[in-house]
Design a binder for this molecule. Sequence first.
Ligand SMILES: Nc1ncnc2c1ncn2[C@@H]1O[C@H](COP(=O)(O)OP(=O)(O)O)[C@@H](O)[C@H]1O
Ligand SMILES: [Mg+2]
Length: 399
Amino acid sequence: MPQTNHPPKLMLLGSGELGKEVAICAQRYGCTVVAVDNYAHAPAMQVADESVVLDMLDGKSLKKSVRKHQPDYLVPEVEAIRTEALLELEASGFNVIPSANAAHLTMNRDAIRSLAAEELGLPTARYAYATSESELEEAVDAKVGLPCVIKPVMSSSGKGQSVARTKKDLKTSWKHALAGMRGDTPVVIVEEFVKFDSEITLLTVKQRPEAASSSRRTLFVPPIGHRQERGDYQESWIPHPMKPSVLKQAQRMAKKVTDRLAGPNGAGLFGVEFFIRGEEVIFSELSPRPHDTGMVTMISQQLSEFELHLRAILGLPISSIKVERPSASAVILANRAKADAPRYQGLEDALDIPETDIRIFGKPNARKWRRMGVALSQGKTLAQARNRAKKAAASIRVL
Ligand SMILES: Nc1ncnc2c1ncn2[C@@H]1O[C@H](COP(=O)(O)OP(=O)(O)O)[C@@H](O)[C@H]1O
Ligand SMILES: [Mg+2]
């Protein structure tokens, strides 16, 4: 930790449900927290020492606010940040987690994909980029084939993402991508649709080189399996059963990409996503911060992904990472069009389920499909844990 005469200060860039857990952990380890987002009363702001509402895509106001608050650690929690500002702030001495470069290269899907596939040689789905509907058609003809997945390079949580099964679908996909993208220059990535057997997140921790021996610089949490709908996560479970040789392959790939992104000194936790098809491991994408599917670690083990992130950031020891029991998470979604100050019904039923807990994120308003909370369960088996978490999530209604 930096040797200062005040408690270390974390500035969280993004204040959603993951940021809220990071803020709570940071405070438990003696830090103060400034929570930033583009709307007031965001989940992490409810527990932070101070909050700032600003447009994080506006580099000027972001830099001004960081310079004013002088945080010891600048902790990005979302993709939508003007990452050029982070590069500048890092160059002027601020400590960006895990590194400004990691945030910069993962802000756009094309930068991280080109790095993984072309520079590092990791296996990925066939892909191409397109800046118009006609380029999209050409890319599908020449390189990617059908069915394919179309995603704006600047988007997250399934926004603007669609699957095209025929050439005729590409028109709708292009329009959908335009409507769901961030920024004002349309670029999409079009990928071969991978018929995977399963998909996993490999939470990968980079410890500070001065805090761990070189063999423990990179640590892994057992694999998390998950299921997605509409490009958004619905349920996750741990430990996802995998053949040891296949898991080793995924770990080697995760180490390679996180080594590159963290650089020699970067520290923090990454969520590295893979598709598994037979014995094949296909790199998909990665977050240089806690991952939504990793919320299951709040019930599966002593050190959740948030605690691991904090310990890595602060250079505190991580003696072991062990999943205690098969565990699962299932998301609690809003089911109505729009509601301000939402209320929650059915907590009694959910918490009546054995070995089950819930987290309500406290978002100030709901809209259809918005993630409002998560149910967490343990079980004797993965199947039991998954059933419990799904049942608990389904018991809760957002009014
Ligand atoms: N090429 C693909 N083939 C099959 N499914 C895909 C492909 N790309 C994405 N998906 C599905 O969509 C989900 C979300 O896509 P992802 O690239 O992870 O975007 P996001 O940044 O929104 O999480 C994935 O977890 C996977 O289930
Ligand atoms: Mg993803």
